[in-house]
Design a protein. Structure first.
Length: 269
């Protein structure tokens, strides 16, 4: 990109009509959202670095596949504390209210139930961090290091699951993927998609990030990405409400790429 071209406003670059190119993306739902070198110079490398996959959270955050189960009521007629046999007083039954013993993980309890949230994408998560910390004060393995081996194992598993639940629900992209999974909408890891227009747009944005001369230019790109993420998050909300899962998946694809652009900007700042 020439120096003269760098003076063109990013908004104009993002809006202009570009000649589509043909590319196939691997639609991969592995929960690894690591972002390796974001910048490469050829399309084949871009196919490897920008597969539509890696659904999950940036960095080391992940959404374990085992958590995607039906969220029917976790209350069972025979559910009792393994230590004192007391019946659960409420769902989720992570901790016995009678003997304070940590219970084994119940996979039928979904992440929304753990934090007492309504199971919908646009649920209010303002106090999510507080609820997360409250659970960890009860479930952290350090609190039961002198207890039985079984309770130590339960504490480790419950604490890890609460961490996964918090990381998943606190981020819009991960929350969108998770709630679709709860609805039984999965992603075929072998499916290939032709997204030439999206690829062209991302290549343009990537080039703008690479050529950004200062923090102001990077901040402008980041602001653009936030607007796009907000737009496609709203698209997902409406699609999910109307159970238009095809449109919901389309929204997730775009949110995934714009989130990766944000990651690249943060790395360069």
């Amino acid at each position: 990109m020439s120096k003269k071209k760098l003076l063109t406003p990013l908004s104009a670059i993002l809006r202009r009509t570009l000649t589509p190119t043909t590319a196939l993306f691997s639609f991969n739902s592995s929960r690894n959202f690591q972002s390796p070198a974001f910048f490469t110079s050829n399309v084949e490398a871009d196919r490897r670095l920008f597969p539509f996959g890696g659904f999950g959270l940036p960095g080391n955050h992940r959404i374990p596949g085992k958590c995607f189960v039906s969220s029917q009521s976790a209350e069972k007629a025979d559910a009792r504390c393994w230590n004192c046999s007391a019946s659960p007083e409420a769902v989720p039954f992570l901790l016995c209210s009678s003997c304070r013993c940590i219970q084994p993980v119940d996979q039928s309890v979904d992440y929304f139930q753990i934090f007492g949230l309504e199971r919908k994408y646009d649920t209010k998560v303002d106090d999510l961090e507080g609820k997360y910390k409250a659970w960890q004060k009860k479930l952290h393995p350090d609190l039961v290091h002198t207890k039985s081996e079984k309770e130590r194992e339960c504490a480790a598993e419950q604490s890890a699951r609460v961490i996964d639940a918090y990381r998943t629900l606190s981020q819009p992209l991960a929350r969108a993927i998770y709630i679709l999974k709860l609805e039984g909408v999965d992603v075929d890891e072998e499916e290939t998609l032709s997204e030439s227009e999206l690829l062209t747009e991302i290549l343009e944005i990537r080039e703008a990030v690479e050529e950004a001369a200062d923090s102001q230019a990077l901040n402008e790109i980041q602001s653009q990405m936030k607007e796009k993420l907000k737009h496609w998050s709203d698209v997902f909300t409406n699609a999910f409400r109307s159970r238009n899962f095809g449109e919901a998946l389309k929204a997730i694809r775009r949110m995934t790429y714009y989130e990766r652009v944000n990651e690249s900007v943060v790395k360069k700042q």
